[in-house]
Every structure is written in C-alpha cells, then in structure tokens.
Write a protein that binds this ligand. Structure first.
Ligand code: DX5
Ligand code: ZN
Length: 223
C-alpha cells in the first residue's frame, strides 16, 4: 500500500464562480481525485458547501470525490454526500464517538470510509480503528481554511502511522491535508503518505494546470 500515490486538489481554493472549469482543468492536468471540504460553522468556524455542490460537480467530472467532513454531526451528513456522488467520506475522530458505526455505514453505502485527526489530536486516538477504515486523514494544519502554513511536526504522525500500518499489515491509506506544496511534498511522500491534498498550491498558482502537473510529477518521481 505504501506505493499508492495520488494527487487530490482541494477545491476550497478554487474560484467558485467557475468551479466546473477549474475542476476540469485539474482533471486534464492529471489529478487523481477531488478533495471537497465541508465545514459547518460549528466544528470549525468557517462555512462552505453542502451536498448540492457535489451533486452539481458530479455531472462535470469523472474524478472520484473525496468529501472531508469538518462538521460537528457527521452522522447526519455522510449518507447525503454519498448519494450526491461522493466516493470517499472522512469524518473527524474529535467530532463523533461512534466512529465504528459511522465507518460501517459509509462503507455499506458504497464509499470508502476515512477518519481524520486534527494536529493537536494524538495518533493513538485512531490506533484501534485502523482495521475498520479505508484511510486516515492526518491534518497538517488546523482545519477551517485553505492557504495556511503546514505544521511540520505533524509529519511525525505520518511516519508512525506508516510504521503501524506496514508492521501490522493493515490495508489502510494515509491522506495528508494542509499546507502542502512543491517545496515540502517530498517530505510528505517520504514520510509514507498515499493521498496528497493540495488546495492553494494548485488553485492559487498563476497556472493551476501547470501547478497540478508539476506536483503530480514530483509525487510520482520520488523514491
Ligand atoms: C483545511 C482543509 C484543507 C484545505 C487545504 O481545513 O481541510 O483540505 O483545503 O488547503 P491548502 O492546501 O491550501 O492548505
Ligand atoms: Zn480537507
């Protein structure tokens, strides 16, 4: 599993007035999946979008959609996003205690189930979940906004998680989310990440297609 490497542009930093075009641009540039950030103004202070946006985008892209639920009640929303077209849904371990139940529900509806953890949350919180989820989202910024500087210390969690997964033989992928760009993506991949999220590094670049292509090449070229 450690050789799986995917680039997931986060549409949070895209131009929402031209969302379909922006998505098609990164699709043509080699993006593997789309990362869709859902914020409810409670779990995080910011507010973004609901299932309608996923449903609308589904008609304009073939890319699988990875929905990142930064909401206080993920149990109320996971199914609606899957029905709207999400292929993978992650929720925060800090938000909901019945993670096993929700992960099973997500899988039963046909999507991959992910568990996300904030920079301040110890990795041990997800240790017992590794055989029941498809991916773990290690946040390298405090969730809420795009364009923040990464917290480099979080890489230690990625390394430790990679070790647990490899030594114990789990089939779980590692997603890393927040502040990733061409200058630090090598460290992230070498720490053991599989799914690399990048928002501002792609959509705030002068040429998002070129930025996505370069990031993808870099991810694939690393040993
Ligand atoms: C942060 C979001 C991230 C964000 C990443 O709350 O979960 O997915 O869009 O954006 P960048 O890559 O700009 O940090
Ligand atoms: Zn995210």
């Amino acid at each position: 599993m450690s050789d799986v490497r995917r680039l997931l542009p986060s549409i949070l930093s895209a131009d929402f007035a031209y969302l379909a075009q922006q998505v098609q641009t990164v699709e043509q540039a080699g993006a593997d999946m789309l990362h869709v950030d859902i914020m409810d103004g409670h779990f995080v202070p910011n507010l973004t979008m609901g299932p309608l946006v996923v449903e609308a985008l589904r008609r304009y892209t073939r890319l699988p959609m990875d929905v990142h639920l930064m909401v206080a009640r993920p149990q109320d929303w996971a199914e609606a996003f899957i029905q709207a077209g999400a292929n993978a849904v992650s929720f925060h371990v800090e938000a909901y205690p019945h993670w096993h139940r929700l992960a099973q529900q997500i899988r039963k509806k046909g999507a991959l189930a992910g568990i996300a953890l904030n920079p301040g949350t110890p990795l041990h919180w997800v240790e017992s979940m590794l055989e029941y989820v498809d991916y773990v989202v290690v946040m390298t910024v405090n969730p809420g906004w795009g364009g923040q500087t990464w917290i480099e210390g979080c890489l230690e969690k990625v390394r430790l998680l990679r070790e647990w997964i490899d030594v114990r033989g789990f089939e779980v992928l590692i997603e890393v989310d927040g502040g990733i760009h061409e200058g630090n993506v090598a460290q992230v991949v070498q720490a053991g990440a599989n799914w690399i999220v990048a928002g501002s590094a792609i959509f705030c670049a002068p040429d998002p297609a070129e930025a996505a292509r370069r990031l993808k090449q870099r991810i694939l070229a690393l040993e």
